[in-house]
Design a protein around this ligand. Structure first.
Ligand SMILES: Cc1cc2nc3c(=O)[nH]c(=O)nc-3n(C[C@H](O)[C@H](O)[C@H](O)COP(=O)(O)OP(=O)(O)OC[C@H]3O[C@@H](n4cnc5c(N)ncnc54)[C@H](O)[C@@H]3O)c2cc1C
Length: 476
C-alpha cells in the first residue's frame, strides 16, 4: 500500500496522527502533499503575514520529511473546488492507494473534504481522517440534553471530565525513515502573487524546532506566573505560540503535555499559572466546538441570531482611524499599531480594541474580524470569530450584564506605567505617566496625535440602548 498524506493545518512531523497512521500502513511508502489555494485563501481573508508563515512552515516541513525520505509535493488549485480532481490525479500518478488527513472544522473545509472523500472512494481508494487539531474530539462533547455547548464553563468542565476518564490521547511517535521512493520534493515558493506586504520573519521563525524551544522556554520560565503576567502587554508573560498552533507546527497535545509536566500531571488543580494556561487551550477547543454546533458562524452570521438586526454604524472614516491606530485612545492605538507592526496582538488588547470598535464606535464586528484576519500572523477562523463575537456581545459571552470596557481604565490597569503605549505610540513617549493614558490638548500640541474620535460616556449610552431595544424586541 502506498499512502498519500495530505497536510493542511498540521504542518509538523512530530505527533501528527494522520502522518503516523499513513506511514505505519504504507509498506510501499508515503508521499506528502500540500495544496496551495491562493484565491480560496484570499476569500478567507488570509493576509501576507499568515501566507508567508504558512509557506515557510511548509518549507521547514518539507525539509523534515526529506530526512525521512518522504517527498513533499505541491498541488496548486486556486479554489478548494479544484482540489478533489487534482489530488486524485496525483494519487493516480504516484499509484497511491489511500489518502490520509487530519480533520478541519470550518464549513468550506468540511465540504471540500466530503468531496475529496467521495471522489477517492468512487475511484476505489481508501480515505482515513483523524482528529488531531484538538485534544478532545469537539464533536463528541455534548450537554446532558445531547446538544452543543453554548457556554464555556460547562464545556470546560465536560472537557476536563472526559480527559480524566479517558486519559490524555497518546502522542503519535515520529515516523520511521522509509526507503527512498524516487520522487523529488517540490520547490516551495517563497512568495505568492497577491500576498505581498509587510513581513516580520524575524519575529516568527518557522519550524518545529523553534516552536518546541519557545514552548520549553515558556513552560520552564513563565507558566508559573502566567495567571498574573498575562494581562500586562508590556511584559512577555504569554507564550506567543499562537501562530505555531494555528498552522499546526505545534499540536495542542504537545502543549498540554508540557503544561501537565510542570504541574505534577494535574489538569484543573495545582499551580494557578498552569491551570489558567490550560484554560486558554480549552477556549481554543471551545471555539472549534462552536463551529461544528453552530456552522452559521462560518457564514458571517452571529452566534446569537437576534443580534443580526443591530443597526451597526458603517462609519468608514472612524473604521480607518481604528485600523491605523489613530483613535486618540492611547491603549487602543498601541494595540492596533502592535498588530500592524508585528502581525500579532496581545490578548488583552485584542479584547480592548474589539470592544472599542464594536461598542464605542458601534461598527460591525465583521469589519474588525476581517481586518484582524488580514493582518494577523496567527489568523485562525474559529478563535478570531469567537473572540470578535464574544467582544461584540453577539457570541458566546454568558455574562448576565452588558459588557463594555472603558478604554481609559483598561489602559491604566493593563499598562500602569504606560511603557507599552510609549513603545508603540512614540508621539506620546515624552508624556508623564499621569498623562500618557489621557493626553491633554497642550501636550498634544507638538505632535500630530489625534484627540479622541468619540466620547466614551455618550457612546456607552447609545450602545446600551441599542442592545436594550434588541432585548425588548426579542422578548415579545
Ligand atoms: C477579537 C479577538 C480575536 C482573536 N483572534 C485570534 C486568532 O485569529 N488566532 C488565535 O490563535 N487567537 C485569536 N484570539 C485569541 C487570543 O487572543 C490569542 O490566541 C492569544 O493572544 C495568542 O497569544 P499567545 O500564544 O501568547 O497565547 P497564550 O496566552 O500563551 O495561550 C496559549 C494558546 O491558547 C490559545 N488561546 C489563548 N487565548 C485564547 C482565546 N481567547 N481564544 C482561543 N484560543 C486562545 C492560543 O492558541 C494560544 O496560543 C483572538 C482573541 C480576540 C479577543
Amino acid at each position: 500500500m502506498r499512502a498519500l498524506m495530505w497536510f493542511r493545518s498540521d504542518l509538523r512531523v512530530q505527533d501528527n496522527a494522520a502522518l503516523h497512521h499513513a506511514c505505519k500502513a504504507a509498506d510501499k511508502g508515503a508521499i506528502a502533499v500540500f495544496a496551495i489555494c491562493p484565491k480560496q485563501w484570499a476569500s478567507h481573508d488570509w493576509g501576507s503575514m499568515k501566507v508567508d508563515f504558512v509557506l515557510r512552515s511548509v518549507s521547514a516541513l518539507s525539509a523534515a520529511l526529506a530526512k525521512l525520505n518522504i517527498p513533499l509535493v505541491l498541488i496548486r488549485s486556486e479554489h478548494f473546488a479544484q482540489v478533489p480532481g487534482k489530488l486524485l490525479a496525483l494519487a493516480r500518478r504516484y499509484a497511491c492507494d489511500a489518502l490520509y488527513f487530519n480533520r478541519e472544522y470550518e464549513v468550506n473545509e468540511q465540504q471540500r473534504d466530503r468531496e475529496v472523500t467521495t471522489w477517492f472512494r468512487e475511484h476505489h481508494r481508501d480515505v482515513h481522517a483523524f482528529t488531531d487539531q484538538v485534544i478532545v474530539d469537539v464533536g463528541r462533547l455534548r450537554t446532558g440534553m445531547g446538544g452543543y455547548y453554548t457556554v464555556f464553563t460547562p464545556f470546560k468542565r465536560k472537557w476536563c471530565h472526559v480527559l480524566k476518564e479517558e486519559g490524555l490521547p497518546s502522542v503519535s511517535p515520529r515516523p520511521r525513515r522509509q526507503e527512498r521512493i524516487g520522487i523529488e520534493p517540490a520547490a516551495i515558493p517563497a512568495t505568492l502573487r497577491g500576498f505581498a506586504g509587510h513581513l516580520r520573519q524575524d519575529l516568527w521563525p518557522a519550524g518545529e524546532q523553534v516552536a518546541h524551544k519557545r514552548l520549553r522556554t515558556f513552560v520552564s520560565r513563565k507558566i508559573g506566573d502566567y495567571h498574573r503576567a498575562r494581562d500586562f502587554p508590556a511584559g512577555d508573560g504569554t507564550s506567543a505560540l499562537s501562530p505555531y498552533l494555528a498552522v499546526g507546527v505545534l499540536s495542542p497535545r504537545q502543549c498540554l503535555r508540557a503544561a501537565l509536566e510542570a504541574n505534577n500531571g494535574k489538569l484543573d488543580s495545582g499551580k494557578q499559572g498552569v491551570t489558567t494556561w490550560i484554560s486558554e487551550l480549552i477556549w481554543r477547543e471551545f471555539y472549534r466546538h462552536v463551529l461544528i454546533g453552530f456552522p452559521r458562524v462560518c457564514r458571517g452570521r452571529p452566534f446569537k441570531p437576534a443580534t443580526d438586526s443591530l443597526p451597526w454604524r458603517d462609519d468608514e472614516e472612524q473604521f480607518a482611524a481604528w485600523c491605523a491606530g489613530r483613535t486618540g485612545f492611547p491603549i487602543v492605538d498601541a494595540g492596533m499599531r502592535q498588530l500592524a507592526q508585528t502581525g500579532w496582538m496581545h490578548n488583552r488588547l485584542r479584547m480592548i480594541v474589539a470592544m472599542f470598535l464594536t461598542k464605542d464606535l458601534f461598527i460591525d464586528w465583521r469589519w474588525g474580524e476581517r481586518h484582524f484576519m488580514r493582518n494577523l500572523v496567527d489568523g485562525d477562523f474559529a478563535s478570531n470569530n469567537g473572540g470578535w463575537q464574544w467582544s461584540a456581545s453577539t457570541g458566546t459571552d454568558a455574562a448576565p450584564y452588558f459588557r463594555m470596557f472603558n478604554p481609559l481604565s483598561q489602559g491604566r490597569r493593563c499598562d500602569p506605567d504606560g511603557s507599552f503605549i510609549r513603545r508603540f505610540v512614540p508621539e506620546l513617549a515624552g508624556l508623564p505617566d499621569s498623562r500618557v493614558h489621557r493626553p491633554d490638548v497642550q501636550s498634544l500640541a507638538a505632535t500630530d496625535y489625534p484627540p479622541p474620535i468619540i466620547d466614551h460616556g455618550r457612546a456607552r449610552k447609545f450602545v446600551t440602548q441599542a442592545f436594550r431595544r434588541l432585548r425588548g424586541r426579542t422578548s415579545h
